[in-house]
Ligand binder design. Structure first.
Ligand code: CA
Length: 330
């Protein structure tokens, strides 16, 4: 069913919604930029100053994936960054203030969808063209790690309000990162908040916390002093999870130590959208770079909680392990 995730696209509907939001809030956010406080009136999430600098982006480490190569020098200007990913409570304030409806909460429009899939693709069954999102559902046993559809299921009714489907809630997850938000949803939130998505370079520079050329945000040792430094996957991915780090799903933000810049959750917990386009010959849909890995990243699989790790994701798609955080530039 992951094919549905890849092919069910709702770009025009979401783009229209974002455009309306942008028109309504651009003037407000422009005013807020003159404030000396890094926070804004609408979004009071604490922000930390990331000083300008030059760093080695990507890696030449053979353990890294091909898309992390080669290591190269990059200079970034200073910027403010949220000290944690946007939480359910914070996203709820945005949704209540604006009435915004996320991509996952809208039924896909087949007339738009069919423009983005190969010609001749049959119209999916009506039961598929309903609001929903991709949810991690562990298989019963070992599966080939080449096909993510073995552990992600298109789930009708799944959204940020119902992360595992209609029967689930976020009542006890107000401090968890919001999930099932598309890139378009993240941009809409950013517009409201008077902030922006970080570039991939800004995100990776900030994630490294001032350390140069280290495998992880905290150094080269995956588990210094036998301590879990991020919410990742322990056990046998993806079918048997031991949750030795205390969490089998998302965790409340700030549950693990911050990095050298004081930023929390820059590794594991949820992948985070960036502003950058991801170039992929395999996907016909527009993709954006996501960074940071998630609670589903296992050392034997992708170890994507390393700062150089990166992945492309269709910009009008959310999932149960993808969220975002924002920046402000002076
Ligand atoms: Ca975990």
């Amino acid at each position: 069913m992951l094919e549905i995730v890849r092919t069910v696209k709702k770009t025009s509907m979401v783009a229209a919604g974002v455009a309306v939001l942008a028109l309504g809030f651009i003037s407000e956010s422009a005013c807020r930029r003159s404030s000396s406080s890094p926070a804004t009136d609408t979004d009071t999430s604490p922000m930390l100053w990331i000083p300008p600098g030059e760093f080695t982006m990507g890696t030449d480490d053979p353990h890294g994936m091909a898309n992390e190569h080669p290591a190269h020098r990059v200079r970034v200007d200073g910027f403010w960054m949220d000290d944690h990913p946007v939480t359910n409570a914070e996203f709820a304030r945005f949704a209540a203030a604006t009435g915004y409806v996320t991509t996952a909460e809208k039924a896909p429009d087949w007339e738009e969808l069919k423009k983005q899939v190969p010609p001749g693709t049959p119209k999916p069954d009506a039961s598929v063209l309903v609001p929903g999102s991709a949810v991690f559902v562990p298989p019963r046993g070992p599966v080939p790690l080449t096909d993510v559809s073995a552990w992600f299921q298109w789930t009708p009714g799944a959204s940020w309000r119902h992360p595992e489907g209609p029967a689930s809630t976020i009542d006890d997850r107000s401090a968890h990162p919001v999930v099932h938000v598309s890139w378009d949803d993240a941009v809409a939130y950013a517009t409201w908040a008077g902030k922006e998505l970080p570039t991939e370079a800004e995100w990776e520079f900030a994630a490294r916390g001032g350390l140069e050329g280290k495998r992880f945000n905290w150094g080269d040792d995956a588990k210094p002093a036998d301590r879990h430094m991020a919410n990742t996957f322990q056990g046998d991915f993806p079918y048997r999870q031991t949750a030795e780090d205390g969490f089998s799903g998302t965790s409340p933000v700030k549950s693990f130590p911050p990095n050298g810049y004081g930023l929390f959750d820059m590794a594991g917990n949820v992948w985070q959208w960036t502003a950058d386009t991801y170039h992929s010959a395999e996907s016909p849909a527009p993709q954006r770079v996501i960074k940071g890995g998630s609670f589903l990243c296992h050392e034997s699989y992708c170890e994507s909680y390393r700062p150089s790790a990166r992945r492309g994701m269709a910009s009008d798609t959310g999932a149960s392990h993808v969220g975002f955080r924002l920046v402000r530039r002076e």
